[in-house]
Write a protein that binds this ligand. Structure first.
Ligand code: ATR
Length: 292
């Protein structure tokens, strides 16, 4: 019997997320929900990759017919290096979270920043234009979101970090982008925040992982300030609790960003935009503590 007897032209195309660790990734659930909703024939799995084995793992996935990958910690910089073509945004970020295989090319994009901006603006109605933004942290998570934030034309972005030199270096790396739209960007340590107020504070440090909050001055928030933690979990993070206790008008975690960056990857691969609101609700429900 010919193999293609039951082939109705709807081949299941394969995608995956690679990282280390990867077992708690929500990406397979998110993309499976997107695919069901948009009638796309895809399979999406999570692949644990050993340190030092990234290029090989991507090569194997591609050779076996895989169409695209999401890349998470700690391989985003290696994915950037492996991409044969990158968008301007990815180029500048120095990190890639989305790979698409087209013929012999490996296209690299970073959708983290678009995910953050979409969640803030479309899901939470938070206008960024003309605002003073404080970005906490100067690692890969911060770096990936700076260019898309600047595109929204805030009046100023200040990056504050435990190691001040990293914040200053990161600000210098993006400073020229602000020359076209008037967004100033600078870096400092946490003590440099004394006496300053912000409209939007985004936590991109890894402090929440340890239940810690960077040492922030008490009078940091303007009236109507929005505080956003790029982390998420069943309970509010330590930074979110700090924000609530210091008068933030709105406090959000990063679950919406996770789903929005995934939606952007899905669009890059499939050319279809899924509805994110219902998926955010489903994922939120799935991480909620079981009710007694
Ligand atoms: P990621 O890719 O997640 O950003 P990273 O490059 O290791 O990871 O960066 C982690 C960020 O969290 C850094 O800005 C780090 O500050 P340093 O550059 O000074 O190391 C910050 N960070 C981690 N733990 C922190 C803590 N307990 N308090 C404040 N900042 C913290």
């Amino acid at each position: 019997m010919p193999d293609d007897l039951f082939d109705f032209g709807e081949r299941v195309e394969r995608y995956a997320v690679m990282g280390n660790p990867i077992n708690h990734s929500k990406s397979p659930m998110i993309h499976t929900l997107f695919a069901q909703q948009t009638n796309q024939s895809i399979e999406y799995t999570a692949i644990h990759v050993d340190l030092g084995g990234f290029d090989q793992a991507v090569g194997n996935f591609k050779a076996s017919g895989g169409k695209g990958l999401n890349i998470t910690v700690p391989f985003k910089e290696e994915a950037w290096a492996l991409a044969t073509e990158r968008t301007d945004r990815a180029e500048r970020a120095g990190a890639v979270n989305t790979l698409k295989f087209v013929d012999n090319k490996i296209l690299g994009e970073n959708t983290d920043g678009i995910g953050l901006v979409t969640d803030l603006t479309a899901n939470h109605g938070c206008e960024l234009k003309g605002k003073r933004i404080l970005l906490l942290g100067a690692g890969g998570a911060a770096r990936g979101v700076i260019a898309p934030l600047m595109e929204q034309q805030p009046s100023e972005i200040i990056i504050a970090n435990r190691t001040p030199d990293r914040a200053v270096g990161l600000a210098d790396h993006f400073a020229d982008l602000g020359q076209t739209n008037g967004c100033r960007i600078s870096g400092s340590g946490f003590p440099g925040l004394e006496g300053q107020q912000f409209d939007i504070v985004i936590n991109a440090t890894a402090a929440s992982l340890k239940g810690e909050v960077p040492p922030l001055p008490n009078e940091l928030l303007n009236d109507n300030a929005v505080c956003y933690d790029m982390m998420y979990g069943a309970e509010p993070t330590a930074f979110m609790n700090w924000a609530t206790n210091h008068g933030a008008a709105k406090v959000q975690d990063g679950l919406g960003m996770l789903v929005e960056q995934a939606a952007e990857s899905f669009y890059i691969w499939r050319g279809v935009r899924p509805d994110t609101k219902s998926v955010i609700q489903t994922i939120r429900h799935s991480i909620a503590p079981a009710s007694k």
